[in-house]
Design a protein around this ligand. Structure first.
Ligand code: ADP
Ligand code: ADP
Length: 237
C-alpha cells in the first residue's frame, strides 16, 4: 500500500537525507526503521504524509502519487495517516479528552473555542480510544498533569480516534523511560493486532525494534542497508 520508487530527498542546505530508496510496505505491517542519528529515518517517515517534499522519485500510497497532491487534497490524504512525535504535540493546558477530540477538527486552528460542538458519537469515539490505551480514567485531567508515557498514550488515542489506515511514529519512545517506553510499544502492538492499521515507527533503540516490530528496515546515510523480518536480524545490522 506504501511504495517508494527511487526516492531521493535533498534539503535546501544540500544535505542528501534520502538516496534512491525503494521499498514496499503492505497493509497491516508493523515496520521499524532503525539507524543512527542523522541516518534519514525521520525524513523517510515525514515524506510519506508530505510533511517533507521529496526531490526525486515517487511515493505512492494506495495508488495515490503523494507528490501530485495539492492543497485540500493533502489535508484529506493526511486524515488517513496518523502521526505521533517524540514530543507528543499536545495542548498541555487542555484536558486529555479535548486533546483527543481535536482529531475530529484538525483544520480548525482555534479548536479550543469550539469544544462544545462535538457530537455524542465523537465523544464516545474519543473515550473508546482512551480506554484502548488504558487512560480512560484521565479523560478530564489536564495533559500537563500526566507523565511522559501517559502523554504519549494521549497522542496515540488522538491518532486512534482519527481511525487512520497508517500510523507514522517518529521516535515515539525516545523521551520515555524504559518502563513507559515498553507500555507505549505494547499499545502499538495491541493496535496492530486488533486493527488493520499499518504502523511505521522510527526508533533508535534496536532491541526494542527487534522485540516489537515484524519487519526491520535499516537506514544509513540515506540508504536502505537492511530490510527483513525482525526474527532474522543478525548481530551486524
Ligand atoms: P534521523 O531521523 O535518522 O536522525 P533525519 O532524517 O532527521 O535523520 O536527518 C537526515 C539528515 O538530514 C541529517 O543530516 C539531518 O541533519 C538532515 N536534516 C534533517 N532535517 C533537515 C532540515 N529540515 N533541513 C536540513 N537538513 C535536515
Ligand atoms: P519532533 O520533536 O517534532 O520530532 P525533531 O526534533 O525531530 O522534532 O525536529 C524538529 C525539526 O527540525 C524538524 O522539522 C526537522 O526537519 C528539523 N531539522 C532536523 N535536523 C535539521 C537540520 N540539520 N537542519 C535543519 N533542520 C533540521
Amino acid at each position: 500500500m506504501i511504495e517508494f520508487i527511487n526516492v531521493g530527498k535533498t534539503y535546501p542546505n544540500n544535505v542528501k537525507a534520502l538516496d534512491n530508496i525503494n521499498l514496499k510496505m503492505e497493509k497491516g505491517e508493523f515496520v521499524a526503521i532503525i539507524g543512527m542519528s542523522g541516518a534519514g529515518k525521520s525524513t523517510l517517515i515525514r515524506c510519506i504524509n508530505r510533511m517533507h517534499d521529496i526531490t526525486e522519485g515517487e511515493i505512492v500510497v494506495d495508488g495515490v502519487k503523494v507528490s501530485s497532491l495539492k492543497g485540500k487534497e493533502i489535508r484529506t490524504f493526511r486524515r488517513r495517516i496518523g502521526m505521533i512525535f517524540q514530543s507528543f504535540h499536545l495542548v498541555t493546558r487542555s484536558s486529555v479528552l479535548k486533546n483527543v477530540l481535536v482529531s475530529f477538527v484538525p483544520e480548525l486552528p482555534f479548536w479550543r473555542k469550539v469544544t462544545g460542538i462535538f457530537s455524542k458519537e465523537q465523544k464516545v469515539k474519543a473515550l473508546t480510544a482512551l480506554d484502548k490505551v488504558g487512560i480512560l480514567d484521565k479523560a478530564y485531567v489536564r495533559v500537563d498533569q500526566l507523565s511522559g508515557g501517559q502523554q504519549q498514550r494521549v497522542a496515540l488515542a488522538r491518532t486512534l480516534a482519527q481511525n487512520p489506515d497508517i500510523i507514522l511514529a517518529d521516535e515515539p519512545i525516545a523521551s520515555l523511560d524504559p518502563v513507559t517506553a515498553r507500555q507505549v510499544m505494547d499499545d502499538f502492538t495491541t493496535i496492530n493486532r486488533e486493527t488493520d492499521m499499518s504502523i511505521i515507527i522510527n526508533i533508535h533503540h534496536v532491541e526494542m525494534a527487534l522485540e516489537y516490530a515484524d519487519r526491520i528496515i535499516g537506514v544509513r546515510e540515506g540508504k536502505i542497508v537492511y530490510d527483513g523480518r525482525a526474527a532474522e536480524v543478525t548481530q551486524e545490522v
